[in-house]
Design a protein around this ligand. Structure first.
Ligand code: HPA
Length: 274
């Protein structure tokens, strides 16, 4: 396997040979059930992940392709589906698409995910803006040789989730009557859900939602100087909050139920970005 920087360069060359001079400024990482937003992209160019060396997801409902084009008058690059650490990919691989976005000209990345509600005041179907995270996985995507062309060896994460973007998303959510929370997201490696004891511990640590994605991509994006907005769809209450077992079917079902309002909000946000 070639070095990651060579793989990034090779992906960029392949994508550029398909999109020509098109330069996306907004990157969208569309998690579970949100892939249909990419179907609304105007004059879309679709590129399968396997053609550009991106890790391919095995999870159902992830199309596994890039869609580039215009959305709300903005030039976007959307990941219709993403890979996860629990599938066996390294974090270096999972963040390869974020690095590629940077090289294509992206300035802002919007990362969405499905998450379990740790905060007992949340309900399945609620949305949450990430204002910080806890990396519970013990892994970091920037481990290994630093890619100096992207950023510093020891990047600062004090403002990982952009405050202005959080404010903008909050204002738009309110205008759309879309109930919205703000809180700390915890990245758990999965694929098993957390235990009730872990969820209780996370609550004590100040976590509001827990999921199996987003943090690696956010770290890589901030490392390379891009702004990040993270939004969770609370698909279920995390383990032990309710006296019942967790079921992936509930995650899918909630994503489907929330899809319309989530997409409306994302389109509103994209429309307001510079
Ligand atoms: N835990 C971790 N990841 C998740 C959950 C959860 O409860 N729900 C959806 N993704």
């Amino acid at each position: 396997m070639p070095e990651i920087s060579e793989r990034i360069d090779a992906s960029v060359v392949k994508i550029k040979s398909t999109i020509g001079s098109f330069e996306p400024t907004i990157g969208l990482i569309l998690g579970s059930g949100l892939g249909n937003l990419a179907e609304e992209i105007i004059s879309p160019v679709k590129i399968k992940y396997k053609e550009i060396g991106f890790p391919v997801s095995t999870v159902e409902g992830h199309a596994g392709q890039l869609v580039l084009g215009e959305l709300q008058g903005k030039k976007v690059i959307a990941m219709q589906g993403r890979s996860h650490f629990y599938e066996g990919h390294s974090l270096e691989e999972i963040t390869l698409p974020v690095r590629v976005m940077k090289m294509l000209g992206v300035k802002t990345v919007i990362i969405t995910n499905a998450a379990g509600g740790v905060n007992k005041a949340f309900k399945p179907g609620d949305l949450m803006l990430l204002n910080d995270h806890i990396n519970f996985s013990g892994h970091n995507p920037l481990r290994g040789k630093n890619l100096d062309e992207f950023g510093a060896r020891f990047p600062d994460l004090t403002y990982c989730y952009d405050k202005e973007l959080i404010k903008l998303a909050g204002v738009l959510a309110k205008a759309q009557n879309c109930p919205m929370h703000e809180g700390v997201y915890c990245f758990s490696s999965g694929p098993s859900y957390e235990t009730p004891a872990e969820v209780n511990a996370l609550r004590m640590l100040g976590v509001s939602a827990v999921g199996m994605s987003t943090v690696p991509e956010a770290i890589a994006a901030v490392h390379s100087g891009m702004k990040v907005l993270g939004i969770s769809c609370i698909t279920n209450m995390a383990a032990g909050v309710l006296d019942q077992k967790l079921d992936h079917a509930e995650v899918i079902e909630t994503c489907a139920r929330v899809n319309e309002k989530f997409i409306k909000l994302l389109k509103g946000i994209i429309g307001e970005l510079s």
